[in-house]
Design a protein. Structure first.
Length: 534
């Protein structure tokens, strides 16, 4: 078996980092290395067990440098139990003393001590995390997990020491010890030289991936490598190792560095990798957010990933904001804008994103001869979905003056008002590709109170409207509903462009006979003005 060398630079670094504890650990490592190179029979002085002992002591000595820090809570809890017992004993069975209160204090102190005792195993693992943090490397939450490997190695060394170990076994344990120490404590200058050399390899394989994993102890190491990597194939090769998985909670994701760098040179391969990562974590909304965030940064070809995330996990505030950003970065004429708008213009998504102006602007800006009817219909459906008691919608029926093109509300984020303004902009642009009849067919899907205003505005301002259509629209309005400011604009257009004979008779019939003076007087006295009297 080929033994890994204990590099002097690595051993010196351990001494520098951990002082006397590090020096003791290095001495045990050197002794183990000398024993491994002795040409002796395995049974001589229980050689394999001796080597296992040296390795175990070396590996345990480093986290022991923090033992003193861990003894504080145990000692404090022990003293609290002793003090509570001393308070309890004098009052036990004595009338008039608070025996019950003293007993509660004693039991509470015992519980606290028991909790600390139960955490001894946790503390042991925390020692290693503290040790790694002291060297400036925070352990990764996925993939190589050097902290977990260190703990497992300690357990195996204990087993080897108390069992029939062999030279081959302790040789393998030596290699694992050196590899783990190298991963955690290799001096930065040597580590980054090796990382840069690996990053320059254009077609990595299993061997190169394994070499890389032995150099990565924390996100900073991985981030450095990914800022240097020259080929997207590294992303594919590293996927199954788990080191590129997004964090399960808030935190840095080193893969952003590679997406940003490699995506400018080979976006297609990076997009394919992001899609694979999404498939790998599609049930985890937090990890999907990280992937969608990278997709937005990458640009147009990756934006469908954002749509998948919104469909799979709903418009949470974080995802809804990414959706708005994706719409801004997409081609305004693309189907993707419509698909994202269909999700983001709903009530819950609107509230989650906090704003939707960029979505409405892109929907209107991207109208063309292919999508104009679809986008108008989309806006009509979203307007129709606003409940009657929501925001500006509840005032719309009563504010009949003025025009819908001038509709305003005190709340700039009002969903109804924003959608109505967007629909007006979209209608103005759609005149280039759709006939007035096609447009009217679409807007007829609006709720009645909105539909009649939009129809009147269209007939008042759209090009190519026939005179009879405007006259008939006003005749129906006179017979069925209250007048609005948009009706006045239609009337002005009719009067300015036709002879009174063409409309007077039809409107008079729609209005019906005028009430008599008596009828008006009676209605005023009773304060009951029916539509016929008005």
């Amino acid at each position: 078996m080929t033994l890994l060398p204990a590099e002097p630079a690595l051993l010196d670094h351990i001494v520098v980092e951990f002082g006397d504890y590090g020096r003791r650990a290095v001495e045990f490592l050197r002794t183990a290395e000398e024993l491994l190179t002795l040409d002796l029979d395995e049974s001589a002085a229980r050689l394999p067990e001796s080597i296992a002992y040296c390795l175990r002591e070396a590996m345990k000595t480093i986290p022991a440098s923090h033992e003193a820090e861990q003894q504080g809570p145990w000692k404090a809890a022990s003293r609290a139990v002793t003090a509570a017992r001393r308070r309890y004993e004098p009052v036990r069975g004595v009338p008039g003393e608070d025996e019950e209160g003293a007993l509660r204090d004693l039991l509470s102190a015992i519980d606290a001590l028991e909790q600390i005792h139960a955490q001894e195993g946790v503390h042991q693992r925390r020692l290693i995390a503290i040790m790694v943090n002291r060297t400036g490397t925070v352990p990764l939450s996925a993939g190589t997990a050097p902290i977990r490997k260190y703990q497992e190695l300690l357990e195996e060394l204990d087993t080897a020491l108390h069992s029939a170990a062999t030279i081959e076994l302790v040789g393998a344990l030596w290699n694992r010890c050196i590899g783990t120490l190298r991963q955690l404590f290799l001096p930065p200058d040597l580590r980054y030289v090796e990382l840069s050399s690996l990053a320059a390899i254009p077609t990595p394989g299993r061997v190169e991936v394994e070499q890389l994993l032995t150099l990565i102890a924390g996100p900073n190491h991985l981030r450095y490598f990914l800022t240097q990597v020259c080929d997207p194939s590294w992303l594919e090769e590293l996927t199954d190792s788990g080191v590129l998985d997004p964090p399960a909670e808030n935190g840095p994701w080193p893969a952003f560095a590679a997406v940003d760098r490699l995506g400018r040179e080979d976006p297609g391969q990076v997009v394919a990798w992001l899609e694979r990562m999404y498939d790998r974590h599609k049930t985890d909304s937090t990890r999907c957010w990280f992937i969608a965030r990278a997709a937005v940064e990458l640009g147009a070809t990756a934006l469908p990933i954002v749509l998948r995330a919104l469909r799979d996990h709903g418009p949470s505030p974080a995802l809804a904001s990414l959706g708005v950003w994706a719409v801004e970065r997409a081609d305004a004429t693309s189907d993707l804008v419509e698909s994202l708008a269909d999700l983001l213009l709903n009530g819950h998504a609107w509230r989650s994103a906090g704003y939707a102006d960029p979505v409405l602007e892109q929907v209107a800006l991207g109208l063309n001869d292919v999508n104009a009817a679809r986008r108008l219909q989309l806006l009509c459906w979203k307007l129709g979905a606003v409940t009657e008691d929501a925001g500006g919608r509840r005032w719309f029926e009563y504010e009949r003056a003025g025009s819908i093109s001038e509709w305003g509300d005190d709340d700039p984020d009002d969903r109804f008002g924003a959608l109505l303004k967007a629909l007006v902009r979209a209608l103005q642009r759609s005149w280039e590709w759709l006939t007035i009849d096609q447009i009217l067919t679409v807007v007829d899907s609006l709720p009645d109170v909105v539909r009649v205003r939009v129809r009147a505005w269209l007939l008042a301002f759209a090009p190519g409207v026939e005179l009879d259509a405007m006259i008939d629209e006003l005749a129906r309005a006179m017979a069925e509903r209250e007048p609005t400011g948009d009706d006045l604009a239609v009337m002005d257009r009719v009067v300015a462009g036709s002879d009174p004979a063409e409309y007077e008779q039809r409107w008079a019939e729609a209005l019906g006979d005028a009430p008599s003076v008596v009828e008006v007087a009676q209605a005023l006295a009773a304060r009951e003005l029916s539509p016929a009297v008005r």
